[in-house]
Design a protein around this ligand. Structure first.
Ligand code: SF4
Ligand code: SF4
Length: 320
């Protein structure tokens, strides 16, 4: 039995980091052999290594520090993608860049990124992108409201879909109405688009974080990326699971879940956490006093979403 106050360096803690590294190294070799472009070896090699390092620390550190592993991976991958791939190499990795590349028929840069991280990848690693690699959340996670004071506000759930279709509409307008097919011929335009998009995302994210006292308000209501992720993450192999034998129904995991997921409803239904709102942040694993929560690999899918929508009254409840 592991002593949760000590490091755990064993095959068990290294298994998932090695698996992750191998998946990304395989993608690196596949893209290199398909294109002859050495950048892919560096790019996917770097991302796979950074995620493996973060996962290793997440598994091996004393439990009270385990989320440092996630933060290390998030900082290594998020800053690399935004600063190096985005601003230095001039790739617009915002959703509009993805739509534009699709119209251009290009399978590189933003399209490859979206397929790996946000469309196909979630079949394996769920919405892990949102807490292990996203550069917007990388900044928002520095805000002080890690544990939401309130449940979700149901009426704001539509905004991410409006955002998604507004972004698609802007790209269609430029492509079909303005007939500007050379918008990305000059990398400067991609960088401007990326810059403006990110300034807006950070500003809105920090504003909502402050208003709702919730670091992840932007992720719950505004970000358009979950529109893709929610389709495939339902079938994700990696999900959170609660051991019914160990759980004492103290509710700490639910109270601390930054995405307001009702974990105990899934446990009571004898299901893994099949919510497409789970971002695999592992907060529930870290907080559980009985080590009843773990990340498991299985094949399952359930449609029912168990989310806490008790927006105004939760703040009056007892907090732990
Ligand atoms: S924190 Fe652990 S013991 Fe408490 S309710 Fe959640 S899973 Fe059960
Ligand atoms: S269920 Fe656990 S891993 Fe998923 S978002 Fe909530 S706290 Fe994070």
């Amino acid at each position: 039995m592991r002593d949760k106050n000590k490091w755990d360096i064993s095959f068990k803690t290294m298994k998932s980091p090695l698996m992750f590294a191998m998946v990304f190294y395989a993608i690196a070799i596949w893209r290199y052999l398909a294109t002859g472009y050495e950048f892919y070896l560096f790019n996917f090699g770097y991302i796979g290594t950074a995620l493996a390092v973060g996962l290793f620390f997440n598994n091996a550190l004393p439990k009270r520090h385990s989320t440092w592993g996630r933060r290390i991976a998030q900082l290594l991958v998020g800053s690399y993608l935004l600063i190096y791939v985005g601003f230095i190499l001039g790739e617009n990795l915002q959703i509009e860049g993805f739509f534009t590349y699709l119209l251009m028929g290009v399978f590189a840069g933003a399209t490859l990124h979206y397929f790996v991280a946000k469309i196909i990848g979630p079949l394996l690693f769920n919405r892990g992108w949102c807490s292990w690699a996203c550069w917007t959340a990388m900044v928002l996670d520095f805000l002080p409201w890690k544990k939401p004071l309130n449940g979700r506000l149901r009426s704001l759930g539509l905004i991410r879909y409006l955002h998604f279709f507004a972004s698609l509409g802007i790209v269609f307008y430029v492509w079909f109405i303005l007939q500007d097919r050379l918008i990305y011929a000059d990398k400067t335009m991609e960088v401007y688009w990326l810059l403006v998009g990110n300034v807006l995302y950070f500003a809105v994210g920090i504003f909502l974080g402050f208003v709702f006292k919730d670091n992840r308000a932007f992720c719950k209501y505004v970000c358009p990326i979950p529109v893709f992720q929610k389709i495939t993450s339902r079938y994700a192999i990696m999900k959170i699971e609660i051991d019914q034998e160990k759980c004492i129904d103290c509710g700490l995991c639910e109270k601390n879940c930054p995405m307001n997921i009702k974990l105990l409803s899934y446990k009571d239904a004898n299901q893994r956490i099949c919510s497409t709102e789970c971002i695999l942040c592992t907060t529930c694993m870290e907080i559980c006093p009985k080590s009843a929560v773990s990340l498991t690999n299985k094949i399952d899918a359930y449609n029912k979403e168990h989310l806490d929508y008790s927006f105004l009254d939760r703040g009056n409840r007892k907090t732990f």
